[in-house]
Ligand binder design. Structure first.
Ligand SMILES: *Cc1c(COP(=O)(O)O)cnc(C)c1O
Length: 383
């Protein structure tokens, strides 16, 4: 049996083909047509935000636009720069979206939940104007504490919640705390439209910028005049159709993933109790939606990764210490990164699919158990 790293949850062709056939025959395949509008309405109902979410072609450009809109809101032009507190431990896409907006990341540490360590960050320069926590693996930092820090230091809060669709803090979605967030609907994520993403904001001016930015920054369509330089980042109708059908099943998706993740927590909790590994720490205030199941080994992860792959279970070395990626190394400053550097080579993300048979879960657990029994016999033979 082979277990892939992801198994995207998809509608059947029959569920979208009539609608898509109409798109093709009418030629209305993009430019915020019917199904993109329907998807935005459905997301609006789901999230209950004050302002309707804005849908994009992918999460990265949604984040790029969100940063650009906030720069404009703060009165900074495209050539102006300032610093942004951001965890090093994330996907390169987080940092790329900042740097391509001419902003400078300040790499910060994470806590044992793999999210920005709010007790450790320092507002150590007046050039820091923004903070960008990441919803790593569907986990969230303390959003109340985040709000206090942001208010005290006058920071704009933008969440890269690409991995954390549906995650809640004390029962509430991040927008209910007044924050702006980006979500990814990529095929590998919790909820998907094949490719896609969205932003949810509370500020009407930022929301207005976001709508124009995805359409090249055009504020009128006859001459195509622009008042902000935007990048085309519109979702196509076929992605919106897949997104609509999947959103109809979101309660099933989240409940099924939660059930699977609960089995992992129990299984890996027993190994953690024996001191063999550590799980991601999830605060009782957080409803973590588990994109992958990360574990921290006591040792460098290569032997474990090789063993799992040989056992037919795909795993990923994800996330990563972005401050040490080739382009970013030595280019931007960091704060204390003790935790990030301690775990970066020991973290492995295990697959958690929406639909997973008992047999698949047991195959994965068996492979893990075999690793630790052979690891202990290896250790035993050395002693
Ligand atoms: C997936 C991901 C992105 C990118 O989203 P796409 O929709 O793939 O462009 C950005 N940031 C983080 C933290 C992610 O996990």
């Amino acid at each position: 049996m082979q277990i892939n790293i992801v198994k995207p949850f998809m509608p059947n062709l029959e569920e979208i083909q009539d609608d898509f056939a109409r798109c093709l025959s009418s030629g209305l395949v993009t430019n915020n047509s019917k199904h993109v509008q329907d998807l935005e309405e459905s997301l609006w109902r789901y999230f209950g935000s004050a302002i309707k979410p804005c849908v994009n072609c992918n999460g990265e450009l949604a984040l790029f636009n969100l940063i650009q809109a906030w720069k404009a809101k703060l009165g900074a032009g495209p050539h102006d720069s300032f610093e942004v507190l951001v965890p090093s431990f994330t996907f390169s896409g987080t940092i790329n979206a900042l740097v391509t907006n001419n902003l400078r990341p300040v790499f910060c540490d994470i806590d044992d939940g793999f999210v920005l360590d709010l007790n450790k960050i320092e507002i150590d320069s007046p050039s820091i104007k923004m903070i960008m926590p990441v919803g790593a693996y569907g986990n969230l930092c303390d959003l109340e504490q985040l709000g206090e820090i942001a208010a005290r230091s006058n920071l704009a809060v933008l969440l890269d919640n690409a991995p954390a669709f549906g995650a809640r803090f004390k029962g509430k979605h991040p927008h209910e705390f007044g924050f702006s967030e980006m979500l990814s609907f990529h095929a590998t994520k919790i909820y998907n439209s094949m490719e896609g993403g969205a932003t949810i904001v509370n500020d009407p001016q930022v929301a207005d910028y976001l709508l124009r930015l995805r359409d090249f920054g055009q504020y009128e369509k006859v001459r195509g005049d622009v008042d902000l330089p935007g990048l085309n980042s519109k979702m196509t109708e076929v992605c919106a159709l897949v997104g609509l059908r999947n959103l109809e099943k979101i309660e099933f998706i989240l409940a099924s993933r939660a059930r699977n993740a609960a089995r992992y927590v129990e299984f890996f909790g027993a190994l953690e109790a024996k001191g063999l590994l550590r799980q991601m720490k999830v605060s009782p205030s957080v409803n973590c939606t588990y994109l992958y199941f990360p574990i921290t080994l006591n040792e460098e992860a290569t032997p474990f990764v090789t063993h799992m792959q040989e056992s037919g279970v795909a795993v990923r070395r994800y996330y990563t210490a972005t401050h040490d990626l080739k382009y970013y190394r030595d280019r931007y400053r960091s704060q204390d990164l003790t935790m990030t550097n301690a775990i970066r080579d020991r973290v492995v993300a295990l697959p958690v699919h929406t639909v997973m048979s008992d047999e698949e879960i047991e195959t994965l657990f068996d492979a893990v158990l075999k690793y630790f029994s052979s690891a202990s016999s290896r250790r035993g033979s050395i002693q």
